[in-house]
Design a protein around this ligand. Structure first.
Ligand code: PMP
Length: 409
């Protein structure tokens, strides 16, 4: 303990001043390797960056110019904490495409859904409160939960998503232990990182279980519109309007705008608006006006279809390469989104293997990043959203060299 403090003090004179919650703000274990992985010769199957080069640049430029010509001063000014009314109206139309009936008053615009995750956690979670999350779960959500000193309890999932029986059992067990179970965080569609989708009947069961046990559902759905075949089932929010729903333009348009949103019941929404105002005063007026114009003037569903075609082709390239090079392993087959979840043979560890992979010029995210409890050593998240089909095939071939090399040792 003493050594740690001395070491900390010598590196950072404010070491003893940080709030306890800052301990949850630890750098991702694989950050340093990712810096190496961004070299151009490395095929990165690691990051979840959308393919923004697939956007119609001229349309976005047109929107920016129109905004400046028509509402320039407003777009450059502070705005309402809840978000501009016309964009909130558009968001309800986007939501209708996911089976959700909502009114513009239900919507709170945020700086990406990442900020929504942060603010919802901020208004609900005291240190030690339990948040239930899928096993595995989104690394950025785990980071937020940790920063508010939540206890994260992973609940099992399978190819049909979160298992309702496991969820109910866990709520009962944790409460019997005296724990305060407040929230379920779930990514029902094209899960990050697992790639699976929650079946329709399970959505109803999970909504019912959470209602009965008074557990708030935070439904995070940035990938829902990016389906490859069948559309995703209706959102949990479509079944239960007590759900706090998180949406985003990051994957269907562009993350650089940093615009997401929350749909929340009235009382929660009022707190959230105050939390937005306290954190940032208001989301970017400029981004909101530009997105509003883009949605007004562009066939945005056709653009989403273009993205779907690109991502479908890339997913198929990845699965074909896995079939060709690693036929003895197993992986998920996502019906949308960005990610495949690969399971390694027992004797391999995804984090230990990463430096070898980077040496072979391929990068991935080790499964350990997606668990708060040390799990995931046997899994790898492979992203197919950013590299082209040829690079994906090269990346998987290199990965197979690494895996087969490790097995030969
Ligand atoms: N939730 C999930 C599941 C994600 O994958 C991401 C982005 N990787 C986010 C939230 C945050 O997205 P944004 O802040 O760009 O809307």
């Amino acid at each position: 303990m003493k050594t740690e403090t001395n070491l900390g003090t010598s590196l950072d004179p404010w070491y003893d001043h940080y709030a306890a919650r800052a301990a949850g703000l630890s750098a991702s274990e694989v950050r340093a390797l990712f810096a190496v992985a961004s070299r151009p010769e490395v095929v990165s199957l690691a990051g979840g960056m959308p393919f923004v080069a697939g956007l119609p640049n001229d349309r976005i430029t047109g929107s920016i110019e129109r905004v400046m010509a028509t509402v320039g001063p407003q777009a450059l000014q502070y705005g309402s904490g809840q978000g501009i009314p016309s964009l909130r109206e558009h968001i309800t139309q986007v939501m209708a495409a996911e089976g959700i009936q909502a009114s513009p008053e239900d919507v709170v615009v945020t700086t990406g859904s990442q900020q929504a995750l942060d603010l919802v956690t901020k208004i609900f979670i005291d240190p030690g409160d339990v948040i239930l999350a899928e096993a595995p779960s989104y690394v950025g959500a785990i980071g937020v939960f940790r920063s508010y000193q939540a206890e994260i309890s992973h609940v099992a999932m399978d190819d049909n998503g979160l298992i309702p029986e496991a969820l109910e059992e866990r709520i009962i067990t944790l409460r019997a232990e005296g724990k305060t179970v407040k929230m379920l965080y779930t990514i029902p569609n094209f899960h990050n990182p697992a790639g699976v989708t929650l079946s329709s009947d399970r959505r109803a069961s999970i909504a019912e279980i959470c209602r009965r046990h008074h557990v708030l559902i935070m439904e995070d759905n940035p990938y829902g519109m990016l389906s490859f075949d069948e559309p995703a089932p209706d959102a949990i929010r479509a079944i239960d309007d007590g759900v706090v729903y998180l949406g985003s333009f990051s994957k269907t348009l562009a993350p650089g705008f940093r615009i997401g949103w929350v749909l929340a019941p009235h009382a929660i929404r009022e707190k959230l608006i105050l939390a937005v105002e306290s954190a940032i005063l208001c989301p970017s007026s400029f981004s909101q006006f530009v997105i509003n114009d883009y949605l007004d003037t562009t066939d945005w569903l056709a653009q989403i279809n273009t993205f779907k075609g690109i991502y479908r082709g890339r997913k198929n390239a990845m699965l074909t390469a896995l079939d060709d090079h690693l036929p003895e392993l197993s992986w998920t087959n996502p019906n949308g989104g960005f990610f495949v979840w690969l399971t390694l043979p027992d004797e391999l560890h995804s984090k230990a293997m990463l430096p070898r992979a980077v040496k072979e010029l391929v990068a991935y995210t080790p499964g350990t990043a997606f668990f708060a409890d040390g799990g995931g050593g046997q899994n790898i998240r492979l992203s197919f959203c950013y590299p082209n089909e040829t690079d994906i095939a090269t990346g998987i071939r290199r990965l197979s060299t690494v895996i087969n090399g490790e097995l030969d040792l």
